[in-house]
Design a protein around this ligand. Structure first.
Ligand code: T46
Length: 134
């Protein structure tokens, strides 16, 4: 499984903490897009898809949630509850995001602009593509 947690370098002093995302510095890909999800009901689940080419970094900017990741062979659940621990989620990893705490914010950095044709929203199709590429 290529999905993994990344430790972000925190800049902090008595005034608070800062995390910096900068192309060519602390990221495994060049940033093209960012979005965040908020006002999330605690029983909600997001994702349930994979991407053909998109790489992403997911951060719990506030609160906590879990990300269930499946690369077609192995499954792993990541708990995100600290903004300085980011989840690198590469292409061709099925993800389900759930167990959102009240007030949580799911911040995402992505390697490409939005393209619906990059989504695999059917799990059987995802498994087929994994088998074909192995
Ligand atoms: C992912 C998880 C973490 C846009 O128009 N532009 C965008 O950049 C995005 C991300 C979405 N949309 C539209 C497409 C849908 O009509 O917003 C609507 C909701 O998107 P979706 O159902 O894909 O949302 P999530 O939360 O299930 O998934 C999103 C990302 O799509 C996905 O890449 O990994 O957040």
């Amino acid at each position: 499984m290529k999905a993994k947690l990344i430790d972000l370098k925190k800049i902090y002093d008595m005034r608070g903490s800062m995390l910096v995302f900068e192309n060519g510095h602390n990221l495994p890909f060049e940033l093209k897009r960012s979005y965040f999800i908020y006002d999330i009901p605690s029983d909600s689940s997001r994702g349930s898809h994979a991407h053909i080419n998109l790489n992403q970094i997911i951060i719990a900017a506030s609160g906590s949630f879990e990300v269930e990741v499946d690369d077609g062979e192995h499954k792993k659940t990541f708990l995100l509850n600290n903004p300085s621990k980011a989840l690198f989620l590469p292409k061709m990893h099925w993800r389900v995001i759930l167990k959102f705490s009240t007030g949580s914010i799911c911040l995402v950095y992505a390697s490409a602009i939005y393209d619906e044709s990059d989504y695999i929203r059917n799990y059987d199709e995802f498994k087929k593509r994994v088998l074909l590429s192995s």
